[in-house]
Design a protein around this ligand. Sequence first.
Ligand SMILES: [Zn+2]
Length: 78
Amino acid sequence: MRSIRENTTQTTCDCEDCTSYALTAHLRRSDDQAALHHQALAQDGWTDVEGRDYCPGCPTGQSVAGHDHTGAWVATEA
Ligand SMILES: [Zn+2]
């Protein structure tokens, strides 16, 4: 799930059993912040499936039983 706030953009893993998330802090809101955030996530191994986001520990090709839910959360500043 994605949430864009004034100073942060956060993505939470959409796998039901997973609490991984990624957070990017921004000095101020801009049109680019979500795009930069999602670029960083892709580099970290997150997967975007039709607008749902899965951390590196939740491969979309596997059933939930095969997930280790260990998508390291990342905090970056833009
Ligand atoms: Zn996950």
